[in-house]
Design a protein around this ligand. Structure first.
Ligand SMILES: Nc1ncnc2c1ncn2[C@@H]1O[C@H](COP(=O)(O)OP(=O)(O)OP(=O)(O)O)[C@@H](O)[C@H]1O
Ligand SMILES: [Mg+2]
Length: 855
């Protein structure tokens, strides 16, 4: 490249420091992008790529107007890109040589503070890691609210997975070494090498765990470097203590549909959607956080439950509270905007309106007794702030902070005199209209204003002959003429001057007030925290009342007893009253249930119901049952057999086994493990053998509460060998060749399976059903000798020596060499076959039969 213009030299100098970001380079009214940035941005944003300069040195370039830049920035950020905003830092009019420019902020997916990119109900997180030998430290911040959680975890894959797949995570900050190591795709990765907590931020973490200090320090340095402004809304980091929370891995959360439904990935259809009767956006975010991290600390749980009871017992006060909450805006994010300096007067009025609710909320909580008062007394009143905002701003100020009309009369004397001047001027003008009409006799004479010509007197063409001499013509329209007079011009400059001064002064006052509001940030945040918790608790009480939930009790002994319990989400999806409630009882003598029953009977629902109820209890909510006695669970694992996990579309048998291994390794006697048709993803014998081995292992080693559903009826024999394992089944009945699901869980094993009946329900062609029934009869005659029980006995014995078993299988297959088509029918996954696919299969078989007969 030959010699560059001084401006391009400046560009390269700045770009060098922001290799990983689009450099939005301010040129007049545009942000311009050059070279690779331009080429990529033109493609991503679908804007025109042009050139700057001539010939070989021409630089690819594209640009966006600065006033509409936000939408372009949002689009880039949403796709995971970073943007460095480079502004002119001196006035081009007075600058000598190239105008000075500097990057004023780097907007990244994890730090975007405005626009559509940030959702009211969702937190957006930026995560920083510091990886040690056996452990790693992490710090996770939502910059819009200033909240940070820090912690240390094992360095294991699962912990890593849990952190990296957190909901709402938008960006990860690590050092260079870790940057190349982490198994992350589709996530913005940023490098920050400095890991010492900046001294002026030292108060944000009072612990001394070195890995946390490093991770948090890295994050703070990264935020400082990219945001280049006050971060005074950052709240002290809260250390996450694993021992106080129930652990749930990503798969479990997904499978239980805690935050989002499995299929549509929406909030509705999830526990979160079911319980969300919050009135504020921050309440909704808090609820989500609570659901993601249930507690494992009885007194904390009971404190929440007690508040739910208080709200249930005091419906009138609850209603008053809800009304007050309705007027509370997003205090957490408002505090963030105040610190960030991008708050406007309208938002400060929202802040004031929210603060006005505080005394009422406090008083109400005091009335509701000691437990409620604990919350009430911790809500900061911020009374002086409320007074300041009330006196300073009008009720409906303009959005732009550069526009006059924000500040209330009486707040500033100088401003009032300017206002008076313009008011007087306006009265003078309307008086002028009257006097001039009288003086000239022109009835249609009007006083008006436009930007180009200023104030004028307008006279219709018809009355033009009446216009006095001293009127100066300013503008001619089709039907009218516009004039000015010396008097009018003098008043015009007075009014416009006063308006200018007013705008300038209002802006100055606004900045002063904003600065004062900044000193209240910690108080606002404290109020926000308490109010959002109260909001969640009242939300629990509403859900509990509407859906007839019961207060859970906790057992010391590890006993779990649910009477007439329901799955709260499934219950919502079927007609009222159709849900069949079920009991469950587990204790030290009986801690494993082997659940059998036909497809569609309700096995999975029953298992999830137990987990769901445990989660609900441990977040401090009432639960869907007539009686609920529960142990506190330290962990919940759920594993869904590969064949059943179609929704995620990614699960394979290998994943299933890896996940199960994790459960076996981690589950303690205080854990709840749900294994739903584990082993289903492989051949029958392999699957059955694995399932049995897993059951035996958990029974002997983990001794956790376990629910295991299976289609392998042969496994029910295990009840005789494993003391604490009990068979239960979900009842179904046959009537006129059709299956009727009773959804009732009863002791003992299921007598048979109804796969073909279920296929019939799915409207598979009769031909297929009839053929399958025929084949089944044949199979039952040949295959099922020896009887299932005796086969399992064999297996129990032969389990450690799989060799003979597989040879035997081989023999059996040889004995009765089935035709290719028969084998296909046998292994056909009928349940997951669409009618069209079934027809195609039949067509294929027909062709094969015809071919073989011909050939
Ligand atoms: N207790 C119940 N009361 C009413 N309906 C129920 C109940 N339990 C389950 N159902 C209904 O039955 C459907 C199937 O339930 P579920 O998926 O739990 O069956 P499953 O036994 O696990 O079947 P599969 O063996 O095919 O996995 C549910 O979607 C729900 O509509
Ligand atoms: Mg199931």
């Amino acid at each position: 490249m030959s010699k560059q213009t001084p401006m391009m030299q400046q560009y390269f100098r700045i770009k060098e420091e922001h290799e990983d970001a689009f450099l939005f380079f301010r040129l007049g009214d545009f942000y311009e992008l050059f070279y690779d940035d331009a080429v990529l941005a033109a493609r991503v944003l679908e804007i025109t790529l042009t050139k700057r300069g001539k010939g070989d040195d021409a630089a690819p370039m594209c640009g966006v107007p600065y006033h509409s830049a936000e939408s372009y920035i949002t689009r880039l950020v949403e796709q995971g890109y970073k943007i460095a905003i480079c502004e002119q830092t001196e006035d081009p009019a007075t600058a000598k040589g190239v105008v000075k420019r500097d990057v004023v902020r780097v907007i990244t997916p994890g730090t975007v503070m405005e626009g559509k990119a940030i959702q009211a109900e969702e937190n957006q997180y930026i995560l920083s890691l510091s990886i040690g030998i056996a452990q790693m430290g992490y710090a996770r911040t939502d910059l819009s609210t200033g909240e940070t959680e820090v912690g240390v975890t094992d360095r294991g894959d699962h912990e890593m997975h849990r952190l990296l797949h957190m909901d709402g995570l938008k960006e990860i900050v690590v050092d260079e070494a870790a940057g190349s190591l982490l198994p992350v795709v589709g996530m913005t990765m940023s490098i920050e090498m400095k890991e010492e907590i900046p001294s002026h931020m030292d108060h944000l973490y009072d612990g001394n765990e070195p890995l946390i200090r490093k991770a948090f320090g890295r994050l703070l340095n990264y935020l400082t470097h990219t945001q280049k402004r006050s971060l005074q809304h950052m709240q002290p980091a809260v250390t996450h203590i694993h021992q106080q929370h129930m652990q749930m891995d990503v798969h479990t959360r997904k499978n239980l549909e805690i935050i989002a439904s499995l299929r549509e990935r929406t909030k509705s259809g999830s526990l979160y959607g079911l319980l969300d009767f919050t009135k504020t956006a921050m309440g909704s975010r808090r609820l989500r956080k609570w659901i993601e991290q249930p507690l494992y600390n009885q007194s904390q749980i009971e404190a929440r439950i007690q508040m739910v009871s208080v709200f249930l017992d005091n419906p009138i006060e609850r209603r008053t509270l809800q009304e007050a909450l309705q007027h509370v805006y997003d205090l957490e994010r408002l505090a963030g905007k105040v610190a960030y300096g991008n708050v406007n007067a309208r938002e400060l009025v929202q802040l004031r309106k929210s603060l006005q609710q505080v005394p009422g909320i406090r008083a109400l909580l005091t009335e509701l007794g000691d437990a409620a008062n604990e919350y009430g007394k911790n809500i900061e009143e911020c009374a002086p702030l409320e007074v300041l905002l009330r006196e300073a701003f009008v009720d409906e100020p303009p959005i732009s902070i550069k526009e006059a009309g924000m500040i209330r009369a009486g707040y500033n004397e100088q401003l009032d005199t300017y206002r008076e001047a313009t008011e007087n001027g306006k009265t003078w003008l309307s008086d002028l209209e009257k006097t001039e009409r009288e003086r000239t006799g022109i009835k249609t004479l009007k006083v008006g204003y436009n930007r180009v010509f200023g104030f004028y007197l307008e006279v219709s063409k018809g009355s033009a002959h009446l216009v006095p001499e001293q009127y100066e013509r300013r503008q001619t329209l089709t039907n009218a003429e516009r004039f000015a007079t010396n008097e009018l011009k003098a008043m015009e400059s007075k009014i416009l001057n006063a308006e200018d001064q007013m705008e300038t002064l209002e802006y100055e006052l606004f900045l002063q007030i904003r600065e004062e509001v900044q000193t209240f940030i910690p108080n606002i945040q404290q109020a926000a925290k308490m109010i959002s918790e109260i909001d969640v608790l009242q939300s629990f009480s509403v859900a509990s009342e509407e859906k007839r939930f019961t207060k859970p009790l906790f057992s010391e002994s590890g006993e779990l007893r649910l009477e007439r319990s329901r799955h709260p989400v499934v219950e919502e999806t079927i007609p009222v009253g159709d849900y069949v409630p079920n009991d469950i009882h587990l204790d030290g003598e009986r801690d494993m249930l082997l659940i059998t029953g036909p497809n569609m009977a309700g096995k999975s629902t029953y298992m999830r119901q137990v987990a769901m109820i445990s989660v609900m209890a441990q977040i401090g909510c009432y639960v869907p049952a007539d009686l609920a006695v529960l142990p506190l669970f330290d962990r919940i694992f759920t594993r869904i057999g590969a064949a059943d996990d179609l929704a995620s579309g990614q699960s394979t048998f290998m994943v299933e086994m890896v996940e199960t291994e994790y459960a076996l390794q981690q589950a303690s006697a205080n854990s709840l493990v749900l294994l739903d048709e584990i082993g289903r993803g492989t051949s029958t014998y392999d699957g059955m053998a694995l399932a049995q081995a897993i059951i035996e292992y958990i029974h002997e080693k983990n001794r956790c509460k376990t629910l295991f559903s299976t289609h392998y009826h042969e496994l029910t024999i295990l009840e005789e060998q494993l003391g604490r394992l009990k068979n239960v089944h979900v009842r179904a009945e046959e009537e006129d060749g059709n299956v009727i699901f009773l959804h009732k869980v009863e002791d003992g094993k299921a007598d048979r399976s109804y796969g073909i009946h279920v296929a019939k329900l799915a409207n598979l062609p009769n031909q297929v059903i009839d053929r399958a029934e025929h084949l089944l009869q044949e199979l039952e005659q040949t295959e099922l000798k020896p009887t299932p029980e005796s086969k399992v006995h064999e297996q129990l014995v032969l389990f450690e020596e799989t060799e003979p078993e597989s040879t035997k299988k081989q023999d059996k297959a040889d004995q009765r060499s089935k035709s290719e088509i028969e084998q296909e029918v046998q292994h056909l996954d009928v349940l997951h076959l669409s009618p069209i696919q079934a027809l195609e299969k039949i067509y294929e078989w027909q062709r094969k039969i015809n071919d073989s007969e011909r050939g």
